[in-house]
Write a protein that binds this ligand. Structure first.
Ligand code: MLT
Length: 236
């Protein structure tokens, strides 16, 4: 069956009633990189919520860890921030985690009408593309979270990395094509390309250079976080 790919530069550009087979939420720096890492390190399940209050309440209710950021930094009283390097097996193995972030978790909320929602980053780009190829989905939306309502280059690079892995024979809209061109032009030095982005600049100023190095790695993780009917993400 043929598959149509559509890409969105920010989550705000996604129609609220989007009814695609799969919405692939991409927040390369850093929420979806955090999720891929947490599941690779044995996290049992993850809930993405929009507000700090919800995260506190639900983490309490489920005996879960609370994770995420505001302004890039760990929220007061939370167990974890939004650095993937914090989500080690020692911290997260076997645990439920409730996360809230400035853009990534809001992007997840935006695509609730999609039939399936997965989380993608450069880290799990190979695994995501492989699962999509096996899926038989007819339409896939590549939803770049963006930053503060604006386009983020690192998300477009991830969308391009995944679309490129799916092959050029797919029907694709213009933004998907643009993401592929961007990715192919910069693929030899993804970390260098990302380092010039606005969001990376902010993370570098906050002292998260290690996160940038880590999130720029391609295809190192096998986990594909997928949203279940109960509202929690799990990964096979
Ligand atoms: C977000 O969701 O806005 C990001 O993950 C922010 C960050 O890099 O901490």
């Amino acid at each position: 069956m043929s598959m149509r790919l559509s890409a969105y530069p920010t989550f705000g550009a996604v129609p609220r009633d989007i009814g695609v087979d799969l919405a692939l939420v991409i927040d390369t720096l850093r929420m979806t990189s955090v999720a891929a890492t947490a599941f690779s390190n044995g996290c049992a399940r993850m809930l993405a919520v929009e507000t700090i209050e919800e995260a506190r309440t639900l983490a309490d209710r489920y005996g879960a860890l609370a994770g995420g950021e505001r302004g890039g930094l760990r929220v007061d009283g939370f167990d974890l921030g939004n650095s993937p390097l914090e989500y080690t097996a020692r911290r997260v193995s076997g645990r439920s985690i409730v996360v809230t972030t400035t853009n990534g978790t809001r992007a997840v909320a935006r695509v609730k009408c999609a039939r399936n929602v997965w989380l993608a980053s450069l880290l799990n780009a190979d695994a995501v593309a492989e699962r999509i190829r096996e899926s038989g989905f007819a339409d896939v939306a590549l939803v770049c979270a963006g930053t503060a309502g604006r386009f983020s280059m690192e998300d477009a690079l991830t969308a391009g990395a995944i679309a490129s892995r799916l092959g050029d024979e797919r029907e694709a809209d213009d933004f998907t094509l643009a993401c592929k061109i961007l990715y192919r032009a910069l693929a030899r030095d993804i970390r260098g390309a990302m380092a010039g982005s606005e969001h990376a600049g902010r993370l570098l100023r906050l002292g998260f250079a290690g996160d940038l190095d880590y999130c720029a790695r391609e295809g190192t993780l096998k986990s594909v976080p997928a949203l279940g009917g109960d509202g929690w993400f799990t990964s096979a």
